[in-house]
Design a protein around this ligand. Sequence first.
Ligand code: ADP
Length: 587
Amino acid sequence: MENTFGINILPHNDQERVKALKRYKILDTPPEGAFDNVARLATQIFNVPISLISLVDLEQVYFKANIGMGKARTTDRGVSLCSLAVMQEGVTVFENASEEPCLLANPNVAGEFGLKFYAGAPITTFDGFRIGTLCVIDKTSRVFDENSRKIMESLAKIVMDEIELRLAAIEEIAKQQDLNEETEAANEKLQSTIEELVTTKQEVETLNGELAANNQEIVAANEELKQIQESLIESNTKLQESEELKNIAIEQAELGIWYIDASTREFIPSKRLKEFFGYFDHEIMAYDAAINHIREDFREKVANAVEQAIQTGKAYDIEYPIITHRDKQQRWLRATGKLNPAANGKNSYLSGTIMDVTERKEDDQRKNDFISMVSHELKTPLTSMKGYIQMLKSRATTSEDKFAVGILDKANKQSKKMSAIINGFLDMKRIETGKIQIDRQVFDLAELVKESEEESRATISSHEIVFAPVGKTMVEADRDKIGQVITNLISNSVKYSPAGSTINVACVNNDNMARVSVKDQGMGISKENQSHLFDRFYRVESEEMDNISGFGIGLYICDEIIHMHHGEIWVESELGKGSTFHFTIPI
Ligand code: ADP
């Protein structure tokens, strides 16, 4: 680089030089007291108006101190004498610039300023770079001796020392600042860590609080669970106990149990039940098979009872004989069944028990056989006896022996009672063996009721029997047997109600059926007993019954007779208040 006037102002090492200058971080910085002082000292020492501390950058010259040259802070490197001064090691001096041909074009020299004297000592770094100058300037020419040069060099050294000091200070400050910043950052970090810790602590505390609350809840829930568990265990034990008891009861009672799903008709028989039917436990016994083992004459009745129970929920309790699976033995069973309505997502199902009653039935059978044999044997002598009584009575009537007539009447009544009993037994036997016969004839039921009225008036004096008027009611039935049923119901009412009480007999028509009713004000029958009343040999067991004799076959026979006529027989009764027996037969 040359200056504007053709002088080389660029040192060979300018790049490194500028780099060295930049190390000191001083370019383009405001004036500082220390530098001003040196410059001012130079003006005083040399008695000049101007002194500058210039720093020579790549394009510009910066005045770090400026004494006496206005407010200028920089100038072009090209016009600056200082850029010349850094070119050589020693002090550059122009004692009279106007006489220096190379400076004649310099605006400072030639221009308004009119520079005449210039002396500049380079400011040299410890490693030999001339980064600027300390110079003194005057507008008049002067002489500058060797001693002055040395002073200038010393002052330039002081400036360099100041620059070094300044840098050290700057670095120290920077370091401090860094340190401060680091500390600050560390502090900030610490602060945020502390804040984090505080928040964490608070969170932990709230969590802890929540945990504690949760814990309490868990403890309470646990306690509740424990109680529930305990009561479950307790009820389970109770259930097990009652289940065991039930099983023991079933075992001891030798009960077979079974179950039929009302909708799928799935049939589940117990092991004991299978045994009754002659099956092994591992063998499948379907419902149809069970029904087919029932003796033919009972089969329909049982199947109907099961079907009825499923359809109407009506419980049943029936006895029937079966023929067992392999050995074809007859066995009597008593079966109960009851519908359990659908619940808890389970279909409604019919379940019940089956008990082997063969032994009792066989006993009954022997008893029956004996009774019927005796009855049969009694029947002939009784018939003869009745004949003799009749003969005697007609004799006594002729001879007007009133006493004998009276006695023979009583004997006749008693023999009639006796033959009724015997006939009952014989009827029972006939029913059992299917030998009972219905002799149908068309007759007026009203007339039959009238006959019963007359008969009871003649034979019963202990009760007031009231017959309601009956309209003509033509039926086709066995006249004697229907009469037998009416007589039986009236005599039961007499038997089971107190002397002097009223008995009402009525016969009405309803829905093509004639209905006969016998109502008393007697002891009545409990609901439980009502369902068995029509069973053979069934008698209510009570203290009141102790003094009333009977065999428990009257209602059984009535039931059979009415059913043979496709009618119904039933009782309405309340214990202690009286009973009304009804039967219907088709008109
Ligand atoms: P019996 O009268 O010979 O005992 P039944 O078959 O005629 O036999 O009657 C069966 C049972 O029904 C009787 O033992 C009695 O307990 C009861 N019973 C029948 N009729 C009446 C009635 N009118 N009032 C109360 N109980 C009756």
